[in-house]
Design a protein around this ligand. Structure first.
Ligand SMILES: Nc1ncnc2c1ncn2[C@@H]1O[C@H](COP(=O)(O)OP(=O)(O)O)[C@@H](O)[C@H]1O
Ligand SMILES: [Mg+2]
Length: 241
């Protein structure tokens, strides 16, 4: 049996320089950490970080596809086949789950990677009616259970990661967490972190990475300044089409 090593995708850099002066990258391994989270207050840089994350995912997997559920229409993209805003995000979740089911049924071995990004999950669930919120939560929990085997991965952005946003226990499937900006004592406790162990994050795009919920993995990070956002958006739009 041959084992192929998964490529790591740089999605942030550490706040320390290497000896050569270049930044050290934080690598994201989708198959090892299939479900990830970006948490932070409004303005902490979540959508900006997600934009970079999606773009880097596409750089590493040129044949990948994206689903983008953008409740607040922050990305402000035109109508695209896999781009959903406002209450249509429920339809977006249903389409993702449908594609997952089709892949499970299919014997085609060629399953290009798919990344689903949900922006502002807690806001979305707050505004949905009870039935749609339940449909959405169940979609996420199904994705957490089966999507990895279908080469499908999820990334979620939200302001507070209360466990009540998920079906009971589902939150434990998230192995890779990016915490952006400053957190309250209570916000830290949601991740079993102590506020005094967190570095200062005064500017947007500064934060920490937490892997497998282990506070010893906590690393201070920053998201690079994106020089050409138009180019990035063009690439994201292509993968949503
Ligand atoms: N890494 C970064 N480098 C430079 N500016 C950033 C960075 N991240 C965020 N910003 C700035 O902060 C603003 C708010 O970021 P945004 O991603 O919209 O926050 P959030 O989605 O958490 O509310 C952005 O419009 C951008 O101007
Ligand atoms: Mg945002």
């Amino acid at each position: 049996m041959s084992v192929t090593l998964e490529k790591g995708i740089p999605i942030a850099s550490t706040c320390m320089m290497s000896f050569s002066g270049s930044p050290n990258h934080i690598l994201y391994y989708p198959r090892s950490y299939p479900h990830s989270l970006i948490v932070g207050r409004t303005g902490s840089g979540k959508s900006y970080a997600a934009r970079y994350w999606m773009y880097q995912f596409l750089n590493y997997y040129p044949n990948a596809k994206l689903y983008l559920l953008d409740f607040k229409n922050e990305f402000n993209f035109p109508q695209l086949p896999r781009y959903y805003t406002n209450f249509d995000c429920v339809q977006g979740m249903k389409s993702f789950v449908k594609e997952m089911g089709e892949r499970q049924e299919s014997h085609n071995v060629d399953k290009p990677p798919i990344l689903l990004y949900i922006d502002e999950l807690s806001a979305l669930l707050t505004f949905l009616d009870k039935k749609d919120a339940e449909t959405f939560r169940h979609g996420i929990s199904l994705a957490y259970m089966v999507s990895r085997a279908q080469n499908m991965f999820t990334l979620t952005g939200m302001q507070r990661a209360d466990a009540s946003n998920w079906v009971a226990g589902a939150r434990d499937n998230i192995s890779f967490v990016m915490l952006l900006g400053e957190f309250s004592k209570e916000g830290c406790e949601m991740f079993s972190l102590k506020k005094e162990n967190m570095g200062a994050c005064p500017y947007p795009g500064m934060g920490h990475i937490l892997i497998n919920g282990n506070s010893n993995s906590l690393l201070k990070i920053k998201i690079p300044f994106l020089r050409d956002t138009q180019k990035i958006d063009r690439r994201i739009i292509e993968a949503l089409t």
